[in-house]
Design a protein around this ligand. Structure first.
Ligand SMILES: [Zn+2]
Length: 461
């Protein structure tokens, strides 16, 4: 994966072609360079802006997009040679960000994710990626699964989909969350064959600091923007009770060192106080879930500036594709949801919004509805801020490994142009995000329009 290297390579090829054309007497300067620079500009006229931060909308404004960025925002008319989208005082807002997504694991079942042909599962994930973008989620932080190929295809614009901040394979211990082997697969031959889930890059089992280091470095080598470990038990895994802590502090620290040497950070799946506190001691920067945390742990997270990336699980829906023992664990998590948000607010923990939707296309259609569910604890403006500028702040923790340098989650000059034009005001009525097909009239990512109902239905202008 070399998104960052690619322009250099393209440049070398272009330089070679230019030299060749010059050698046969053709003037390269007049040819493709001019075309490549040709502005792909879009002008949103007369929109009220939710900028990703402020609780109020702007006055009617005009927003000029050139190439992949927001070039100019002005209440005065903007003159430009651009495709005009007449906003009619509708709301322009940043594209949504899901901080806990599994692009490869939304549509398959737990069994088919491992058993089905890898090519088929990638195409399935591509279809879901397009659906994700069409729900207005222009960026996802992928918290486990072999999403590197999908990311590349999306970045190359082969497939419409969100920007992906990939973790690659989740790193787990024997029997931990993410170890999907069966008892019949035991005992493992030390130094022997990899299991199916390891071969497809879904998760890697590591039982010592050295093994953790290898697996963390392998994900970074493939382009992981952060490293994900499971520090405690989880719902969707057959052999990890929720209360268990899994990695030792030394094992966790091995991953943290590998990630920090690479300029980025470790995020841990952890529900319990012990697993969260141990991860923080080892240097992890972000806790995924945290539903079973206590006051002391919340205070520690706030003091240390540790991120909480959690999900509004309000019922057993998220475990609907799973068995009775997993549903029992889900019940415990759901019971902790009110508490985790109360503690996050009480201690002002930096809190990100994610959905962690697994194994259900139907559930994925509730991605926006889960965002709206945050209004159980937050105002609509706070919820929308969390899913845009706050989530973007978490993404930027990947530092030099950020695959999409530039500002995300805000509408401001110079930011990447990931934008939604909304029918209605989501700050007044956040439930609008539950029906993206109807209410997101325009969906833009990187300055490119992926959906424009106004163009299709001139009568709506
Ligand atoms: Zn997850």
């Amino acid at each position: 994966m070399s998104v960052l290297r690619k322009p250099a390579r393209t440049f070398k090829i272009a330089a070679f072609v230019a030299a060749f054309l010059a050698s046969i007497g053709m003037n390269f300067a007049a040819l493709p360079a001019a075309q490549a620079q040709q502005a792909s500009a879009v002008l949103f006229q007369n929109v009220r802006i939710f900028d990703g931060k402020s609780a109020t909308l702007s006055a009617p404004s005009n927003v000029l997009i050139r190439n992949n960025k927001i070039e100019k925002i002005s209440v005065a008319p903007i003159q430009a040679d651009a495709q005009v989208i007449a906003g009619g005082e509708r709301v322009l807002m940043p594209g949504l960000i899901d901080a806990h997504w599994h692009a490869m694991l939304v549509r398959p079942t737990p069994v088919s994710a491992m058993a089905d042909d890898v090519g088929y599962n990638n195409l399935l994930a591509a279809a879901e990626a397009t659906a994700t973008l069409m729900r207005g989620f222009t960026t996802v932080r992928d918290m486990g699964g072999p999403s590197f190929g999908l990311k590349r295809a999306i970045d190359d614009d082969l497939v419409p989909g969100p920007r992906i901040y990939p973790s690659g394979a989740v790193i787990t211990i024997t029997g931990g969350h993410g170890d999907f082997r069966q008892l019949t697969d035991l005992p493992r031959t030390i130094g022997g064959m990899l299991s199916r889930m390891e071969r497809i890059g879904g998760s890697m089992v590591a039982d010592s600091p050295d093994e953790v280091r290898v697996r963390a470095r392998e994900q970074l080598m493939q382009g992981a923007s952060q490293v994900k470990l499971t520090a405690g038990g989880g719902v969707a895994s057959p052999f990890s009770p929720l209360d268990v802590s899994t990695f030792t502090e030394l094992e966790l620290r091995a991953a943290v060192e590998a990630a920090e040497n690479w300029g980025t950070y470790v995020a841990v799946h952890a529900y319990t106080p012990v697993s969260i506190q141990r991860s923080i001691a080892a240097g992890a920067k972000c806790v995924e879930h945290g539903h079973l945390m206590d006051e002391a742990t919340a205070r520690l997270m706030a003091e240390k500036g540790i991120w909480l990336s959690t999900q509004p699980f309000l019922n057993l829906e998220a475990a609907s594709a799973l068995g009775p023992s997993e549903q029992a664990k889900m019940r415990q998590v759901v019971a902790g949801t009110d508490r985790v948000y109360a503690l996050a607010k009480k201690y002002r923990i930096k809190t990100a919004f994610g959905t962690d939707i697994l194994f259900s296309q139907a559930l994925a259609e509730r991605q926006g509805a889960m965002l709206a569910d945050l209004t159980r604890w937050y105002t609509a403006a706070e919820a929308l801020t969390m899913a845009t500028s706050t989530n973007a702040e978490l993404l930027s923790l990947s530092g030099p490994r950020n695959p999409y340098p530039g500002k995300l989650g805000v509408v401001e000059e110079g930011a990447l142009a990931d934008l939604l034009l909304v029918e209605g005001n989501p700050i007044d009525n956040i439930r609008l995000v539950e029906d993206p097909a109807r209410n997101f009239l325009v969906i833009m990512k990187g300055g490119k329009v992926y959906k424009n109902l106004l163009a299709q239905e001139p009568s709506r202008r």
